[in-house]
Ligand binder design. Sequence first.
Ligand code: AMP
Ligand code: MG
Length: 743
Amino acid sequence: MSFDRIVVVDWSAAGRAVRGGDSLWIAQARGDAVESWNPPTRAEAEAHLRALISAALDAGERVLIGVDFAFGYPAGFAAALTGRAEALAVWEWLAAQVEDDRRNRNNRFEVAARINRALPGLGPLWFHPPGQTWPGLPLKGSERRGHGLAEMRVTDARAKGAQSVWKLGGAGSVGSQVLTGLPVLWRLRAAFAGQVAVWPFEAAQAAPVVVTEVFPSMLRAEIAALSPPRHGKAGRHDWPVRDAVQVRMLALALARLAQEGALGGLFDAADPTAPLAEEGWILGAGAEADLRAAARAVGAAALPPQDTDAPATAPHRLTPPRLRNDCFAMPQGVDWVPVEDALARLRAALVPITDTEDLPTAAAGLRVLATDISARRSNPPQANAAVDGYGFAHAALDGSGPYELPLLQARAAAGQPLKGAVPMGSAVRILTGAILPKGVDSVVLEEDCATDGARVAFDGPVRRGANSRRAGEDVEAGGPALPRGRRLTPADLALLSALGVGRVRVLRPLRVGVLSTGDELLSDPGAQAAPHQIFDANRPMLLEVARRWGHAPVDLGHAPDHAAEIAARLDRGAAEADVILTSGGASAGDEDHVSRLLRERAQLSSWRIALKPGRPLALALWPGDGGQRVPVIGLPGNPVAALVCTLIFGRPALSLLSGAGWLEPQGFQVPAAFSKRKKPGRREFLRARLGADGTAEVFASEGSGRISGLSWAEGLVELPDGAATIAPGDMVRYLPYTSFGLG
Ligand code: AMP
Ligand code: MG
């Protein structure tokens, strides 16, 4: 097992950018030479590692990367969480759940709580900042029960001083490092797919890049023996920090073993009876003596240069990431929010409007009921005839027929009730909707009768109550008619009217501001456009969508990529709208003023949704004059992505805000008329429509700038987050536009 470079990483779960002790350290040894760096954030460490790997691959060199956090959890965990008894399944799971921004702010406690909730009992993860509440995540280890998992991995029990991976905080804890670190390793492995082997899950023999778990504390005695000199006034400089010495020493020791051809011995020391695929193994556990001997031989060479003024981070050549064909591949250091998570968070974050008004029922279509409605009157109010025919008392019939009854010289019709009663044994002409006269409880259809004007004859048997409707058989007076939160349909207007409900209390319409951003946009499609201009396609689309959903669209126009102008429009939006949809400028590129502005002024949560098309989605709260905070939903600029995100996220969010509650589209399984392979990681929506045979066809191009495909389509095909291979005839989920309330 030989390597040209050895990289050792000391991880940190710090919640803000930090340097020095207890922060991120990276050392790289090449033969006897060693360099070290102290990136302030995990995002920078990730970029740095990526650069180191690229540099090694470009130079045709093999690199071993040792990282100081657990690569797996005690046996049983991976399967319980992901359904697969493999540590790498947990890596993938975490990569999709953990968010960690460029300033080291991350959601690890939320993710930990989510993990615990997915498992039986309470725990196994524990600890959170005291004073906070995380349902499912206990503060103390002793509160845990019933999770059924071991406290330590086999390798932890073997390595002296190793802590349990379940503990997320407190002295020497590693749990948070695992949560924040594994997603980074997962991305690195993906970024150099096929060239990275993660040991012991994958064979380390041939891969150009091998990533393993290490435990620098194995060298604690060797590091202590160096008693590193301190420089400057005590307490002012903590250079060299112990972490720096540690990563440098371990990198040099491993490099020395590599040179001696003895590194393979460390790999061979893994206990083959341990559940390696689930738990992993610390490189060197079981062969500590060899590693420590190498560290002693390294000795003081591990100390950083003795220059107190030197920056903690030595400059290194930047190596750009390799170009990839798939422009949707994950960018560096970026985390992905699964669609379901983003939906759950939106749902939790939004609060409905409450202002109400009274409207005549006939004018209340598409409005949302503010109260439960009960019937003022029964439907039908009186028993009546369901057909045109002849009415009589069932009790007068004897035998099974045929019957002949004398006919009363009178008629009962809808709106023209018969005055007086029908004598027992007589029949009366009766028309649909007529109230059953006294003495009538059954009706026989006129087509089943013969009559000479004085008598009526018909065959039996006849059921009591035949062809008649009972009073209140549909809805009883005083009974429930429609619930609050109901967005009124044409049928609802019929029902309310039938039940004598002439006015309803409804919520005022949700005012939805729509703003387009981008220097390239021109508002008026009838205008003469300069070559660099494109017509604003999103705004007319989104305004129309809002209108069809029953909201009140508010056109906020279009703003160039200029923070002050966007801010002015958002201010207007905050005054005139309840929620603002922006499109464009949400992705954090150079020109993406919307995200920058929202970050600075509006508590931006910017999500990269694991969704195609349409990954950037921003949610922020823009402060209005009256102290109100108006939700801003920042949609992607591409019209295809903008519409998909509006259907998937905007529709339920706006519905909730409008008082009509969360919505989920109704999908249908239909056979595919197409073939497609998709990679795991992102849910995908394809522009689709049903062919004459009921199979789903998809638009020829998936390019998210192809607006013609949006218009061609009559719905979307939804492909799951995981990998999928679709062949013609396979069932896929089809969501017609109509199931999003759009025709
Ligand atoms: P952005 O999200 O601003 O980076 O925009 C992504 C792409 O969508 C760019 O090609 C933009 O020109 C385009 N785009 C942004 N806004 C609109 C719009 N309102 N109408 C049509 N295309 C747009
Ligand atoms: Mg733009």
